[in-house]
Design a protein around this ligand. Sequence first.
Ligand SMILES: NC(=O)c1ccc[n+]([C@@H]2O[C@H](COP(=O)([O-])OP(=O)(O)OC[C@H]3O[C@@H](n4cnc5c(N)ncnc54)[C@H](OP(=O)(O)O)[C@@H]3O)[C@@H](O)[C@H]2O)c1
Length: 371
Amino acid sequence: MSARIILFGATGYTGGRTAEAMAARGLRPVLAGRDPARLAAVAERLGGLETARADVTDEGSVAALVGPGDVLVSTVGPFVKLGRPAVSAAVDVGAIYLDSTGEPPFIREVFERRGPAAERTGAALLTAFGNDYVPGVLAGALALRAAGEGAARVDVGYFITGAGRGQAFSRGTLRSVIGVATEQVYAWRDGALRTEPAGARLRTFDVAGRPRPGVTIGGTEQFALPRLAPGLRTADVYLGWFGAASRAVHLGSRATPWLGRVPGTSRALAAMAGLLTRTATEAPSAEALAGMRSHFVAEVFDDSGTLLARTRLTAPEAYTITADLLAWGAGRAAGHGVRGSGALDPVAAFGLDELTAGAAEAGIVPADGSY
Ligand SMILES: NC(=O)c1ccc[n+]([C@@H]2O[C@H](COP(=O)([O-])OP(=O)(O)OC[C@H]3O[C@@H](n4cnc5c(N)ncnc54)[C@H](OP(=O)(O)O)[C@@H]3O)[C@@H](O)[C@H]2O)c1
């Protein structure tokens, strides 16, 4: 018998798409959120699902959503602002938890602070279980397996091609990006996790037939890949979404740690977030998403800098991947459980072969047609 799945955030753009992806797999999640009327509309559309009311500002209502052994999926973001009550609820009762965050400070908090508490209660925490950062962990793990002994450094890159005109991100994603814009991120360097600004490193990857730049960001890879290859000295994640502006982002990163300390900067960012709230639409434009492809590259080097292995994956746009990965992960966790407790990365939770198969169901496949 399958465990109960609760989807918190089902009225949002990502939550709505995740609810649809779950229903398409025959799952019957309990849809949770703060607005009963809007929840009822989604539940009705997806064949009469159960609903539950919970608001982050009332932590008891979030705690009441989840019981021991349940699978709680949260798409309520920005996570640094709204994400903690759902993690706490899962940790307290020993549930399995997945979320859609891409915010580095939240990911770090889950691995460093929430993981040890989860180990004590038997909870399993799978943070950032969407486009950020499952495909890069998968690509990195596959490249490390292919490289064998001697891996000293792994570079992972995230790229998109074919974006049409219009808003390419949901309002929720834009809010989350602004919320962490002045935060420090982290890198795996000299065999340890170090704090550094986003964009501190810049490099070019060969993607879909041409060189494309990316700048460093904190992901799940910095936690996951050193677990797989204990000799790894460096693990970096590069975001290639800025295109030609990557160099400016990289140079600007030297100023980033200071931004948050400049009086008025937080206020300016809050004002920008407010403006976005008024001007951005909840959903990205269909025109922007149509034809968009995601590309993920992982390259493994030895300590002399010689390339040992490269894995290239390709997939549909980020929201499709995120909804499908969350639906697959929740369904798999509900039916078969996960391996271990604490803060788990996707490979640790499911095993590399299982994750490879699940990712393929979400459309994440090798760029050259075979592994
Ligand atoms: N990892 C990835 O690759 C990836 C991909 C997609 C999205 N994301 C992230 O996922 C998050 C959600 O994105 P989105 O596009 O779905 O945003 P969204 O459309 O704004 O949805 C946010 C959801 O949070 C709910 N919420 C807000 N305040 C709440 C509160 N106090 N209590 C309970 N629920 C509350 C909203 O409920 P109402 O409807 O009642 O306002 C809504 O359901 C963002 O952080 C985004 O960055 C990450």
